[in-house]
Write a protein of this length. Structure first.
Length: 348
């Protein structure tokens, strides 16, 4: 009994008898508003709980020793295929000459003086450039100077259109990957991954023009943390790099590569810029289409996750309901005292 009596001292929830409780019309109206507000609040909190957001972060790329694949499809409207050569070089000193003679590249004549070139090349994750230029390439092993035999380059130009330029990890099935992207990541991928040079080109009919594109390449990973992806034995495996096979259970992690690009055209003979007369160009270089790339040592990780977990959802919901209940309690007391005040004034 003494323990039960002592517990009475700690009761913070004092009660009143039912026969002394007073019910008012204003209290009933406020109670209805309380339930409506609470219902709307619960719906909004539930929608917030189910909202998916993309949380980006930057990390160091720990796979710098692995190459990435670049695919290019480009049309040259005033350049025959037999004069067109494609070379790749980077800051490591690695040089790939005349890649258009390999199985990875296809040169298709579109007419007497036009050519389509498409194919894949593997790039080190460094700075470098690749270019289309006229004439057979030569590399001086002593000085390292790179040059082309331009003696046969007469009455031609490098007007061109880039149909597609994209980067990936190589050997991956694009159809399977895109299906996974659309299934797991929906519109968030399309908003981030873009190929800004698709459909871009120059047409100046100038045989002494050099066209340059400057690419900033960033590796990107998308991680879907909102679904439990069950593995299926019938699913086709994806190769997200040249060596590693990704199991179906890892489909919630997709590796992609995005890039930004700026373009520039200049006369190899130097002189003033056509569009900006105050800009002067130095004499030098050869006609052609040059792509200067810089592959970042940082990787972007975009995590798709819910805004809150169950604990945060319940905590926010209880806190919000408690605040709403306290607000309407104060409103009820104010309404009750206001009504009583006017009634007392009226009865006087």
């Amino acid at each position: 009994m003494s323990l039960a009596k002592n517990l009475l001292k700690f009761d913070a929830f004092t009660k009143t008898k039912d026969d002394v409780r007073i019910k008012t019309r204003s209290g009933g109206l406020i109670t209805i508003l309380l339930f409506l507000t609470s219902f709307i609040l619960i719906i909004n909190e539930w929608k917030m709980f189910n909202t998916i957001q993309v949380v980006p972060s930057l990390v160091l790329d720990r796979d710098r020793n692995k190459r990435i694949n670049m695919y290019i499809d480009i049309d040259f409207t005033q350049m025959p295929c037999d004069l067109l050569y494609f070379d790749v070089m980077d800051e490591s000193g690695e040089i790939q000459l005349d890649i258009t003679n390999t199985d990875d590249f296809i040169k298709t004549p579109l007419g007497d003086d036009s050519c389509n070139v498409k194919g894949n090349i593997y790039l080190n994750r460094l700075q470098g450039h690749f270019h289309f230029a006229p004439g057979k390439p030569y590399q001086n092993p002593v000085s390292g100077q790179h040059s082309h035999d331009t003696s046969v380059y007469v009455d031609k130009n490098f007007d061109h259109k880039i149909n597609k330029l994209s980067f990936n990890y190589g050997n991956e099935d694009e159809g399977i990957v895109n299906k996974i992207l659309n299934s797991y990541f929906e519109d968030s991928i399309n908003q981030v991954i873009a190929e800004p040079l698709n459909g871009i080109g120059f047409s100046g009919n100038d045989p002494m023009k050099q066209y340059s594109y400057f690419l900033k390449v960033v590796l990107t990973r998308f991680e879907d943390q909102t679904k439990k992806n069950a593995a299926s034995g019938n699913d086709k495996k994806l190769l997200l790099d040249g060596t590693t096979s990704v199991s179906p259970s890892d489909k919630s992690k997709i590796e992609r590569i995005q890039y930004t690009a700026t373009s520039h055209a200049k006369p190899v003979n130097g002189g003033r810029d056509e569009d900006h007369p105050n800009t002067l160009h130095q004499r030098g270089g050869i006609p052609g289409v040059f792509f200067v790339f810089d592959i970042s040592s940082l990787k972007i990780i975009n995590k798709l996750q819910y805004r809150m977990n169950w604990y945060s959802f319940l905590l926010n919901l209880l806190a919000s309901l408690g605040g709403i209940f306290a607000m309407y309690t104060v409103l009820d007391k104010v309404a009750y005292k206001t009504v009583n005040y006017y009634r007392s004034k009226k009865n006087q």
